[in-house]
Write a protein that binds this ligand. Structure first.
Ligand SMILES: C[S@@+](CC[C@H](N)C(=O)[O-])C[C@H]1O[C@@H](n2cnc3c(N)ncnc32)[C@H](O)[C@@H]1O
Length: 266
């Protein structure tokens, strides 16, 4: 199954609306907020800085950036008009925040017009990320900062031991949700190829145990993907979902995704 974000503008409006709600719910998670604030704090921006978020979705990261002192202008760009409608509504109280429709691989922005470009859980969803990084390089001013934050989805786990059947759900869910699960391990090479100099890196872990929310949706999504592909029958899909709930009830559930932020200079 293909990553729906990779061709988001072609998805049905109802699907984009459902995903808009998912994005806002994820952005409100305290672990996600912690990771975002930690890596944004690393950005040393000049006074009056202008920042661009490529793949802004409904705009939670752009809104956070726009509240930083010293920021003069934040622009969010995304191919989904549905996400952008929500972004404009939720960001309407921030006068120096604006949103434009566009593809990160051919941006409607002039050369050398931003001090910072950010990809927040976007680059792993973009087929041919080299083109998006080339556009980030083009639109950054000399000395401008690129910040890429993404999941290292190749290491997503729902397992508590070798050959844990729930791991099949994690792998299937990631395959369906993310265009390139290996983006983070490949990112240093991609950044250098695009002409950037890497200046910093931070590693994070998103872990859910006692009352899982997002990681439980990974179990259900993975089981459904495996069943829809005919890899398992509906009984096993139900059994896998039940297994996750038994683990939650017995206090033995574990689900984790590693995240990484990488900073580079033009
Ligand atoms: C997982 S969402 C992240 C959204 C937002 N950055 C956030 O953290 O809430 C991935 C985003 O990438 C966007 N996207 C997908 N392909 C893109 C492309 N070619 N150029 C720019 N954005 C793209 C999607 O529309 C979606 O908003």
């Amino acid at each position: 199954m293909a990553d729906v974000y990779a061709a988001i503008a072609e998805a049905e409006e109802a699907v984009q609306e459902r995903l808009a709600a998912v994005l806002e719910r994820r952005a409100a998670d305290h672990q996600q907020i912690g990771m975002l604030r930690a890596y944004l704090a690393d950005l040393e921006l000049p006074d009056g800085a202008e920042a661009l978020e490529i793949g802004c979705g409904t705009g939670p990261v752009s809104r956070e950036l726009a509240t930083r002192p010293g920021i003069r202008r934040v622009v969010g760009v995304d191919p989904s008009p549905v996400f952008l409608a929500t972004a404009r509504t939720l960001g309407s109280s921030l006068p120096h925040l604006s949103f434009i429709e566009g593809d990160g691989r051919s941006l409607p922005c002039s050369d050398s017009s931003f001090d910072a470009v950010i990809f927040h859980t976007t680059l792993s969803h973009v087929p041919h990320p080299q083109a998006a990084l080339a556009e980030a390089f083009r639109t950054l001013r000399p000395g401008g900062i690129l910040s890429v934050f993404d999941g290292n989805y190749s290491s997503t786990t729902l397992a508590t031991g070798d050959f844990d059947p729930l791991q099949a759900c994690a792998n299937a869910a990631m395959d369906a949700l993310v265009h390139d699960r290996w983006l983070i391990p490949r990112l240093p090479g991609l950044l250098r190829e695009a002409g950037f100099t890497i200046t910093g890196q931070r590693n994070f872990g998103f872990v859910e145990t006692a009352a899982p929310d997002y990681m439980l949706t990974m179990v259900d999504r993975g089981a459904d993907v495996l069943a829809a592909a005919g890899r398992i029958g509906p009984e096993l899909a139900t059994a896998l979902k039940n297994e996750a709930r038994h683990r939650i009830a017995s206090g033995s559930f574990y689900g984790a995704i590693a995240y990484c932020s990488m900073q580079a200079k033009k």
